[in-house]
Design a protein around this ligand. Structure first.
Ligand SMILES: [Zn+2]
Length: 58
């Protein structure tokens, strides 16, 4: 995966990932690359990827 392709390359056309706020541990599930990594609703900090929910695993 080349850096210029961003965090998620086109190879993974649709993935659900679970993101978590490092401060308050609020989690959220988003669909990438349609949605970008959100900011925490409570503390407005950038959330980080907790887990990638791939097909078959979840
Ligand atoms: Zn937070």
């Amino acid at each position: 995966m080349k850096p210029k392709d961003g965090l998620f390359s086109g190879r993974y056309s649709r993935e659900f990932i679970e993101v978590i706020c490092p401060t308050c541990k609020l989690t959220k599930i988003i669909c990438v690359p349609k949605e970008s990594i959100p900011k925490c609703e409570r503390c407005h900090k950038d959330m980080i990827i907790k887990e990638i929910l791939t097909e078959g695993k979840y």
